[in-house]
Design a protein around this ligand. Structure first.
Ligand SMILES: [Fe+2]
Length: 233
């Protein structure tokens, strides 16, 4: 994955760039108001897509409702962009994101049981902010090691990770274990939307998405401190 920090990258809308350019820009970690700690209505997330061409993957806490709402609104507008149904699930060992879910997964199961339920659906597992020490919900090195063979993706860039070396640790871990990485703003406020994204070619299935990630281009900016009073994590 090609990373870039702190400089404006070319933003092209899906199928809206030069002929043949069908790149999709995805912010892989966003919270809507379906998460009780977020201030971002789905309609604002939709507006970000319409104005910036950056599509959010809504990973609300313990619910798929936000991403389902976004998928419905995109469908109403005649869009054929693949909206990823996702959920950031609190397990007994820490948070795990399910991507491409067809069924919501309840919180407070073990991480192993949660991974079973994700994979039973043919969905993908993503470990968000694994080395963030500011939160109590990160899996950490020991959690990652215990589950390693069953983790599909590692979040290598999270804009709300306060200490940049903790994002570096996540990328180093992913490289060591041969896991593709993702990038997300973890936005809880409108101002955080569009700060971080990755560019991937169109995909039609979780496996296609997984295969495209090693070549994805990533644009990353840390969240400002002004975002903290809303949700500190
Ligand atoms: Fe999150």
């Amino acid at each position: 994955m090609k990373g870039r920090h702190g400089e404006e990258g070319p933003i092209r809308r899906w199928a809206g760039g030069p002929a043949g350019d069908e790149t999709i820009l995805l912010d892989m970690h966003v919270h809507s108001t379906c998460s009780r700690d977020s201030l971002i209505p789905v309609k604002v997330i939709l507006k970000t897509w319409e104005t910036l061409g950056i599509l959010s993957v809504i990973c609300d806490h313990n619910t798929t409702h936000g991403s389902e709402l976004l998928a419905r609104e995109m469908h109403i507008r005649g869009s054929d962009i693949p909206v990823i149904i996702a959920e950031e699930i609190l397990t007994l060992q820490g948070e795990i994101i399910g991507l491409f879910l067809s069924e919501e997964i309840p919180p407070y199961l073990t991480a192993a049981e949660t991974l079973d339920r994700i994979h039973d659906q043919g969905a993908l597992s993503l470990v968000p902010h694994p080395f963030c020490t500011f939160r109590t919900t990160s899996l950490g090195r020991s959690g990652l090691d215990r589950l390693n063979g069953r983790i599909d993706l590692v979040e290598g860039y999270n804009s709300r990770v306060l200490r940049e070396h903790e994002n570096l640790l996540a990328r180093a871990y992913a490289m060591e274990k041969g896991k593709p990485i993702t990038a997300g703003s973890d936005a809880h406020t409108k101002a955080e939307l569009g700060r971080t994204w990755l560019a991937v070619p169109p995909f039609g299935s979780p496996r296609e998405f997984l295969r495209s990630l090693p070549e994805a281009r990533v644009y990353f900016r840390p969240a400002g401190l002004e975002a903290r009073p809303v949700a500190p994590w």
